[in-house]
Design a protein around this ligand. Structure first.
Ligand SMILES: [Zn+2]
Length: 325
């Protein structure tokens, strides 16, 4: 069994098996349903393009007065035909994005197959990513100060067919060397590039540390989300010399804060908290790792900006409709 055990959540999993945890997503189901219907009333019909959609509180169907199209209110969204309620879908995404639980642990909690939950989480994740910029813009907060940019070493999301390090004390070995030895082939590796400004966290997986291809796009994304971009603070990495922006550096070999107060602590802190979260995935592909890193930055930004479940619903609903049109 040891090969399928992960670092966190074993006791929690037992509680699920003992049927201790009851899930009641009805209030959240109703909230999401209302928001989706509200969105339908303000959008054009996917069939005829007219602004003629009518909804009712008492039925799942929405209706286009022009072309008589009568789909359910989840039509064209990640909530459609998923064998999970809207609230359960948001719950699955929240447990995935905001805890160290893996999909292997979330699926039994919702009493659904791994594949069902995995598919829905990936679709919701993509919708949240599409919806985030619009929601972020309307959070009405002042994003101020310098933008700290940093790049990690090569990271992966743990090991495929992961076997946790054995407790070597029981085998008489030195506990130090035994603890950190993981087995199995690791997932694809990428460099993480982060740009942090105030409560905003942009984090992306990239192939390397080339300025134009890897670092600049992340700085640009931070700029798009927090116009105008302030001063950029980085470490002394050679690649940043190509930067055509107001820019100051801290040389880490010498100190962590430059004499004039330049540092990249926020970015370093972000790397330290994303690593344990990424490890729960057990060997993601490049694409999976890119998508996960992006999500982490979004959820972290919403948390730091004081966002609520409501904000997450908003990202999801707006992103859902962006995909369907
Ligand atoms: Zn129509």
């Amino acid at each position: 069994m040891s090969s399928t055990e992960s670092a966190f959540g074993r006791l929690f999993q037992q509680l699920i098996e003992l049927d201790v945890i009851k899930i009641d997503t009805e209030p959240l189901d109703a909230r999401i349903e209302r928001r989706l219907k509200q969105f339908w009333e303000n959008t054009s019909c996917p069939r005829c393009g007219h602004h003629s959609i009518v909804t009712w509180e008492t039925t799942d169907r929405i209706w286009c007065r022009d072309c008589d199209f009568k789909p359910t209110y989840t039509y064209g969204t990640p909530f459609h035909e998923k064998h999970l309620t809207c609230g359960e879908i948001l719950l699955a995404f929240t447990l995935y994005a905001d805890t160290l639980l893996s999909i292997n642990q979330i699926a039994p909690l919702l009493d659904r197959a791994y594949k069902t939950v995995h598919t829905v989480i990936r679709e919701v994740e993509a919708a949240v990513q599409r919806g985030f910029p619009a929601v972020w813009k309307h959070l009405n907060q002042i994003i101020d100060g310098p933008t700290q940019v940093d790049e990690s070493g090569r990271v992966c999301s743990g090991y495929k067919g992961q076997e946790p390090p054995r407790n070597s004390r029981s085998r008489g070995g030195s506990s130090r060397s035994g603890r950190s030895r993981w087995r199995g082939r690791h997932g694809d590796q990428l460099t993480l590039v982060a740009a942090c400004r105030d409560s905003l966290r942009v984090i992306r997986g990239h192939r390397g540390i080339d300025y134009q291809g890897d670092l600049e796009p992340v700085i640009q994304e931070a700029k798009d989300l927090s116009q105008p971009l302030g001063e950029v603070w980085t470490d002394g990495l050679q690649a940043y010399r190509e930067m055509d922006r107001t820019h100051r550096t801290v040389i880490h070999k010498e100190r962590y804060v430059s004499p004039d107060g330049v540092h990249i602590n926020q970015a370093e802190c972000l790397f330290s908290i994303i690593q344990p979260w990424l490890r729960k995935f057990r060997g993601l592909s490049k694409q999976g790792l890119e998508q996960a890193a992006h999500t982490f930055g979004i959820v972290r930004s919403l948390t730091l900006a004081g966002g609520s479940v409501e904000t997450a619903v908003e990202c999801l609903v707006i992103g859902s409709f962006r995909s369907s049109t």
